[in-house]
Design a protein around this ligand. Sequence first.
Ligand code: SF4
Length: 224
Amino acid sequence: MSFEHDQKRLGDALATINGNIKLAFSHQIEDVILLDLLAKLGILPQIAVFTLDTHKLFEQSLAHQREVERYFGIEIAIFCATSEELARIEREIGEWGMRESLEKRKECCRVRKILPLRRALEGVSAWISGIRAAQSMTRAHVGLVEDDAQFGLQKINPLFDWDDAKVWEYASVRNLPVNPLYAQGFASIGCAPCTRAIEPGENIRAGRWWWEDPAHKECGLHRR
Ligand code: SF4
């Protein structure tokens, strides 16, 4: 399988953007592929890479983040909730309260993810995301370049039409660093209290907020 078309498509999409572009790193294999495509285009140094530290991440994800930094020779900027916000959410929701109701879960995601993302995207013209249409019903209509009305900028989804086989073929061909959680049956990586390994045949996002209706299974970063 050739990936030259995907590389050119990403380069063309980025060429339409005037201003700063950032890439969101969320410990998924898709993010590592995006970094590799940008490196092959020779434009990785021009793209600021950031991540959201929710303080609820798996140790394996944090170790993988450091490995990715070493592999690509980059520094990933970390955005997180303020100490006041974290203290309030710990007090009101605690360790497992996000499983008690959709409202509590969404408030936890808002504080730990959406508010830091808003800060990460201040003054940015476009962000690059690894979401794919095949991942879930909530992402079925994702496109290459979209207006992200929630954050007031453009969003580029270079892997929007990739299936699982293509993702893992690319990772294998390029011998990319992979989050070790995938080898333990995880198919989508998130916060520890809200992510589990999946069973054979389950949708790849079935392990995210598995106690909720599939129509609600987004943290709010990719609102549709
Ligand atoms: S995924 Fe879970 S732990 Fe992480 S921010 Fe959302 S509700 Fe909180």
